[in-house]
Design a protein around this ligand. Structure first.
Ligand code: KIV
Ligand code: NA
Length: 266
């Protein structure tokens, strides 16, 4: 029993196999995802929104992410654990990026990190790769730039911006990234980038041609409700089933139905 490595993911991609990633922020769900066949788990800065309740991913810090990285690592034995570098933890330059990545590996126990951006982040990617840290890139919709992008529900990489994104992806591969996330771009661009790169593309709203896919687990499970981006597919409706379970519990307590004899000590 050993963990999946970035080499395993490259080998799977070289064989033409598709593989699935999911976000993960806590021990129990991490174990479930791994046993269900997810090869790599991302402790994403989306936890800032989905676990900690911030409006966007900008606020979450290294100190907040690291306990979640630890929890996911403790809850798994085989999955590759990728830790997100949050906003402000690497934009300061290669030295800052390395210090943050080292914390994710040494304190968190992650095996890789992810950061957002193309050519502007290359010096950071090179520094991490040189230090032996596997780096996943992230292009297209990059939520840490929410204020510059004017929102996070806009498709990226249409028209000429597509050529620029392809150049960014090639530059990330050249700099040594082991994979690149493509978020919210036209399917045709997802195909172009996937054809051009040797390293795996990990799509989230990037069409069916990517080598792998990632989704936010609360979206997949329907723990989030209401309007969602086009790429979200709800495979379950956890919000409803959890609501019903808790409602029944409250009723049974109120009506003195729970606890009964079977749930009491003699
Ligand atoms: O933080 C996150 O969950 C992510 C994925 C959506 C790719 O970056
Ligand atoms: Na993220």
């Amino acid at each position: 029993d050993r963990r999946v490595t970035v080499h395993d993911l490259q080998a799977a991609t070289d064989r033409g196999e598709r593989w699935a990633m999911l976000t993960s922020y806590d021990t129990l769900t991490a174990g479930i995802f791994e046993r269900a066949g997810v090869k790599a788990l991302l402790v994403g800065d989306t936890s800032g929104e989905l676990v900690l309740g911030y409006r966007d991913t900008v606020a979450v810090t290294m100190d907040q992410l690291i306990p979640m990285v630890q929890a996911v690592v403790r809850g798994t034995r085989r999955a590759l654990v990728v830790a997100d570098l949050p906003f402000g933890s690497y934009q300061g330059g290669p030295e800052q990026a390395l210090a943050s990545a080292v914390r994710h590996l040494k304190e968190g126990g992650a095996q890789a990190v992810k950061l957002e951006g193309g050519r502007p982040a290359l010096a950071q990617v090179r520094a991490l790769v040189d230090a032996g840290v596997p780096v996943m890139g992230h292009l297209g919709l990059t939520p840490q730039s929410v204020h510059a992008l004017g929102g996070t529900h806009r498709v990226q990489g249409r028209g000429d911006a597509g050529d620029s994104l392809l150049d960014d992806a090639l530059a990330l591969e050249q700099a040594g990234a082991f994979a690149v996330v493509l978020e919210a771009v036209p399917a045709e661009l997802g195909r172009r980038v996937s054809d051009a790169l040797r390293i795996p593309t990990v799509g989230i709203g990037a069409g069916p041609s990517c080598d792998a896919q990632i989704m936010v687990w609360q979206d997949l499970a329907g723990l989030t409700t209401g309007r969602a981006p086009r790429f979200v597919k709800r495979y379950a409706h956890l919000a409803q089933s959890l609501h019903a379970a808790v409602e029944q519990y409250v009723t049974e307590v109120t009506d003195a139905v729970y606890p009964d004899e079977t749930h009491s000590y003699t």
